[in-house]
Design a protein around this ligand. Structure first.
Ligand code: URA
Ligand code: SF4
Length: 230
C-alpha cells in the first residue's frame, strides 16, 4: 500500500519462502521493517499456539505487556480471553492466538511514562496482513475468530461491524493472494469452515457492566465450540 508521501508499507519483502513453518515465520517477523511501527516498539509479537490448532483467534495488536514479553495476550486482556475460552469449552491446546498487527502502537503523554494504546491505521494493518495470511496458511484452522473491530476489518474488509456481525458463523472470505508466493492458497481456504466475530476481550475490562459484556464474549465463543464439536 502506498501512502500520500509515496512510501509503501508492506511486510511482504520480509516474508520467508512459502515453505517456512511457524518458527521460520517468527524469526523473519522479528526483523520486519514493513511499516514504521517497529521503530518505537520493543519486540515483534508473533502468534503462538498449536501449529495444528483447530481454531485461530485474531486480536488487534500487542499491548504494553505483550510488547515487553514478545508474546501475544499475556496481559490483562489475555487473562479475560483465557477465562472466556475455558468458560466456552474451548481447549486452549486447540487454539492458536495472534494479532492483526504484530507491533505495539502507542503514545506517551508529555511528562508521563505510561504507554497508551493507539489503534493501528488501515495502512499499517494492510502492511502487516501478509504475516497473518502466512499464519493462516500454516496453521490451516477450521474456524477463525476475529476479536474486535480491527481483526474483523483485517479479515473481512472495512465494512465489518462488530455489533452487526458478531455471534454468527460467517462464510470464510478467502485469502486474496497477498501471500509469500502470490498464488491463491486454495488448500488452506478449503479447510476453513467459517469465521466467528466477537468483541475484543479488552472491551470487557472497559465496560460498566462487565458481567454482561463478558457473558456475550463467552456466548460468541460458545458458537465456536459448537461448530468444532459438530
Ligand atoms: N490485545 C490484543 O489485541 N492483542 C494482544 O496480544 C494483547 C492485547
Ligand atoms: Fe512489520 Fe507488522 Fe511490525 Fe509493521 S507492524 S513492522 S508490518 S511486523
Amino acid at each position: 500500500m502506498t501512502g500520500a508521501d509515496g512510501t509503501s508499507y508492506d511486510a511482504t519483502p520480509y516474508l520467508p519462502g512459502s515453505r517456512a513453518g511457524l518458527p521460520g515465520l517468527r524469526r523473519a517477523a522479528a526483523a520486519c521493517h514493513g511499516c514504521p511501527l517497529y521503530e518505537d516498539a520493543t519486540k515483534t509479537v508473533f502468534g503462538e499456539g498449536d501449529a495444528d490448532a483447530r481454531v485461530l483467534l485474531v486480536g488487534e495488536q500487542p499491548g504494553d505487556q505483550e510488547d515487553r514479553q514478545g508474546r501475544p495476550f499475556v496481559g490483562p486482556a489475555g487473562r479475560v480471553l483465557e477465562r472466556a475460552l475455558a468458560d466456552a469449552g474451548i481447549d486452549p491446546e486447540q487454539a492458536y492466538v495472534t494479532n492483526a498487527v504484530k507491533h505495539f502502537k502507542f503514545t506517551v503523554r508529555p511528562g508521563r511514562k505510561r504507554r497508551i494504546h493507539k489503534a493501528p491505521s488501515l495502512r499499517e494493518m494492510t502492511a502487516c496482513r501478509p504475516w497473518l495470511v502466512a499464519e493462516l496458511r500454516v496453521v490451516a484452522p477450521e474456524i477463525v475468530v476475529a476479536l474486535g473491530a480491527t481483526a474483523g476489518k483485517a479479515l473481512l474488509g472495512p465494512d465489518f461491524r462488530v455489533t452487526r456481525d458478531r455471534g454468527t458463523l460467517l462464510p470464510w472470505p478467502g485469502l486474496d493472494g497477498d501471500t509469500t508466493s502470490g498464488e491463491k492458497p486454495s488448500g488452506t481456504d478449503a479447510g476453513i469452515r467459517g469465521l466467528v466475530a466477537t468483541i475484543h476481550p479488552s472491551a470487557v475490562l472497559r465496560a460498566d457492566d462487565r458481567e454482561a459484556v463478558y457473558g456475550g464474549l463467552v456466548s460468541d465463543l460458545g458458537l465456536v465450540a459448537k461448530v468444532l464439536g459438530a
